[in-house]
Design a protein around this ligand. Structure first.
Ligand SMILES: [Zn+2]
Ligand SMILES: [Zn+2]
Length: 148
């Protein structure tokens, strides 16, 4: 399934990003995944709407500033990284995908050149919102296996 995810110039793409106050700053140097929307209830509550994230192998994610980075350990295996000053949510990690980090696309410095392609956990989306019908809309997230 992951073959459908495009890679932008693998190994040569560079991004920067930060939280709103700048206490957390990061760099990505390497291939990244297309943007995935997650509409699950935790992502909905934590983001205030829905999560939209690219993902990158951990060795390609570099933290230039992390003084204010804090982690919300939501379950024994899943955690969200956020700024303890400005409350921006930036990262998501899961123990069963320990080699990679999801990076919330809205924290990237633009233009990103990235594209949202998939919406997962669509059945948990807020009822006030209609998911873009142009996305690959999945009720759950079981089929979502990506290399990073
Ligand atoms: Zn901040
Ligand atoms: Zn989610």
């Amino acid at each position: 399934m992951w073959q459908r995810f495009a890679m932008e110039d693998p190994g040569h793409r560079t991004f920067t990003g930060r939280c709103d106050c700048g206490g957390v700053r990061y760099r990505i140097d390497g291939p990244v995944r297309d943007v995935v929307e997650c509409h699950c209830e935790p992502c909905r509550r934590i983001s205030g709407h829905h999560l939209a994230a690219t993902a990158v192998a951990n060795e390609h994610l570099h933290l230039d500033a992390d003084d204010t980075l804090a982690w919300y350990q939501r379950t024994p295996t899943v955690r969200y990284g956020f700024c303890s000053v400005c409350s921006s949510t930036l990262f998501w990690t899961a123990a069963d995908k320990a080699h990679r980090t999801s990076v919330f696309a809205g924290t990237l410095d633009g233009p990103t050149g990235l594209t949202a392609t998939v919406a997962i956990c669509a059945s948990e989306a807020g009822d006030y919102y209609r998911i873009d019908p142009g996305l690959d809309i999945q009720v759950g997230d079981r089929s979502l296996e990506t290399p990073y």
